[in-house]
Design a protein around this ligand. Sequence first.
Ligand code: XMP
Length: 435
Amino acid sequence: MKQDMIVILDLGSTENTVLARAIRALGVYSEIYPHDITAKELAALPNVKGIVINGGPNHIVDGVRIDVWPEIYEMGIPVMAAAHELAKCERQIAAWPESEEACKEALRPFVFDVCKAEANWNMKNFVADQVELVRQQVGDKKVLLALSGGVDSSVVAALLVKAIGKQLTCVHVNHGLMRKGESESVVNVFRNQLDANLVYVDAVERFLGKLEGVADPEQKRKIIGAEFIRVFEEEARKLDGIDFLAQGTIYPDIVESGTKTAKTVKSHHNVGGLPEDLDFQLVEPLRQLFKDEVRACGVELGLPYEMVYRQPFPGPGLGVRCLGAITRERLEAVRESDAILREEFAKAGLDKKVWQYFTIVPDFKSVGVKDNARSFEYPVILRAVNTIDAMTASIEEVPWPILQTITKRILSEVKNVNRVCYDLSPKPCATIEWE
Ligand code: XMP
């Protein structure tokens, strides 16, 4: 391993990720472990230069004070803790500050002067370490990956191609609900540019067939999820001798479910219910990265900017933006109008400013006039929102001339549409998606 590490021991605080990010911001790698890790387990971790104990008020559980194993203080590794933790440590602080920036400054002397850690956490070293670790884990066996084209699965794919080349098989399922050009870009980048083993599954007819006449949003989501697993499973069974399943699990997925439960993540949970008899071991090379680090890793691996910095896109894709029972003509109207919106946002630089932006086509028509004749066609609704955590969202004030350009283009270029509206609703009361 090329990187020094500061370990954070979790005594039940929710602020651990702030500390981990602060240490990584100092250029030193950091990981969070449960408070009851043993000295032996800790000694087995590579390059541990220091330990930070973080509890806060939560370290009293049911009236009992929880603590780390006393042997941890005897390992000769410097320890830092907040004063109320009453730990026997090299450095104490009255309380951990709230902001990442303040934590960074509070930790700096400990990390560099006491622990003598080297600021060698960078993506180049991370990629080199992971390539080595994946090779050790996988040996000469084969690995399977569901490659949706989203940021996480794309970065995993690029990393594994670098580590194990053709031992990786990527399966890309086109369910017909992708944005314009998205499946083509997956094929182009991974098959043509990176020379990956890629199975492209055209399942468009199959998904649209299953969804025909289904108007209930939850039902639509369930059908898309279940069908995806069925298609992926069929492809997996066609491939011989696969031992490993790679997944784009990232740090928030693990930390949010509590570090103590991290080990219980199972393959079939994350891919949404693969049958038990598809018995894979997991390869999760991004499991220690925050989202912005995943993007930086993608850049380091040479993935295109649009792929790495793309906006969030829901699993059921355009299916939840083509409201009610999906029809091909409305689905095309969603896809084409979304492409125009994205293009104009990129031209105006809004793609780097706005968190999520897309179009919706409802399942009703309105009266209009086209070429001096009455028309009866669908509206397109534009939505552009900003948020930190997707729990609440505010509306982007898109400049009027940009909205006008988008409207003009949609009305002249998209079939079956005669009206464009802008959704002004924040979350709450509305949600970001319409279904
Ligand atoms: P809502 O509509 O609940 O969306 O305000 C919050 C964020 O989650 C995304 N979203 C989904 N993502 N599968 C996903 O992977 C889904 O079924 C799904 N539904 C909503 C949505 O795009 C927004 O970013």
